[in-house]
Design a protein around this ligand. Structure first.
Ligand code: C2E
Ligand code: MG
Ligand code: MG
Ligand code: MG
Length: 270
């Protein structure tokens, strides 16, 4: 279809046919296979203290192997949406949580790990219990696990998000509101969503040097979050100029390509 409406493709014999058949695997099948065949892996990116440059914790970012193109991986942007639509995200989120906790159990001296949880997991009432159980089963202190949920997801489902956050914090996990600032209603809801950490969306951070509105916004966000006793993080810190501005604004922690890239074997986990 991508080649245009009037284009026809003919598939001859074996190799082409099997490729054609594989290409028609649905996302649901692809994701199910990856869950069964160890097709997912976590990469890690550091979150650093802005002042000292010391590693604060790591964020786990999901990658999926492409069974149809060995050696290639899918980024979350290409499969998370399908996983949410098909409901597979519930299994994915659980896999990520269990994996992160097992890493923490394996490496008692490792820094805390943040995992991303989809908004689709809020209306799954068992998730906080699952997390608490895994932590206990694997003997990991709850405060070593951070759970990130996006502001947009939280605001679109405020009641469930609130319940989810409260349950998580009751188990001792830390909660981070991710991609903060894109959901327009931010300010009104911030008080109700009792997150420990507020991560300002990269869109505002990336534009800092050239965009006065972003400067005003980020400065204001940091001040407001601090007044509410929350830790502030900026993502998409791509150069020294951005880092310098953020330090001037009083940001607590930074994440981005200027510091490091997501990687399978992060030095912080050695
Ligand atoms: P996010 O949680 O906001 O993660 C930050 C994304 O920005 C990551 O993309 C990261 O690789 C990228 N990034 C980090 N520093 C920079 C930078 O300096 N510049 C730029 N341009 N990008 C930077 P990634 O890994 O592709 O993940 C995209 C999104 O997919 C994540 O956004 C998160 O919402 C979602 N996601 C990732 N892993 C998981 C997961 O395990 N479960 C769920 N439910 N969602 C996930
Ligand atoms: Mg995140
Ligand atoms: Mg983010
Ligand atoms: Mg983002």
């Amino acid at each position: 279809k991508g080649a245009g409406k009037s284009t026809w493709r003919f598939y001859s014999a074996d190799a082409d046919m099997s490729q054609h058949a594989l290409a028609r695997l649905s996302w649901k099948e692809r994701i199910s296979q990856a869950l069964e065949n160890d097709g997912f892996e976590l990469h890690f990116q550091g979150i650093y203290y802005a002042q000292t440059g010391e590693l604060a914790h790591l964020e786990a970012l999901l990658r999926m192997h492409d069974a149809e193109r060995p050696g290639e991986i899918f980024m979350p942007a290409s499969f998370i949406g399908h996983a949410e639509k098909t409901g597979k995200i519930i299994d994915i989120d659980r896999w990520v949580i269990r994996k992160a906790i097992s890493l923490l159990a394996e490496k008692p001296a490792a820094p805390s790990i943040a995992v991303n949880v989809s908004g689709r997991s809020f209306d799954e009432p068992g998730l906080p219990e699952f997390i608490a159980l895994e932590l206990r089963r694997q003997g990991v202190a709850p405060e070593r696990l951070l759970v990130e949920l996006t502001e947009t997801a939280a605001v679109s489902d405020l009641r469930d998000a609130q319940r989810f956050i409260d349950a998580l914090r009751a188990t001792g996990c830390k909660v981070c509101l991710d991609d903060f600032g894109v959901g327009f209603a931010s300010f009104a809801y911030l008080k109700q969503l009792k997150a420990d950490v507020l991560k300002i969306d990269g869109m505002f951070v990336r534009d800092l040097p050239n965009d006065r509105d972003s400067q005003i916004f980020v400065r204001g966000m940091v001040a407001m979050a601090h007044d509410m006793g929350k830790i502030t993080v900026a993502e998409f810190v791509e150069n020294q100029q951005i880092l310098d501005m953020l330090i001037e604004f009083g940001i607590d922690q930074v994440q981005g390509y200027h510091l490091d890239r997501p990687q399978k074997f992060h030095p912080g986990l050695r």
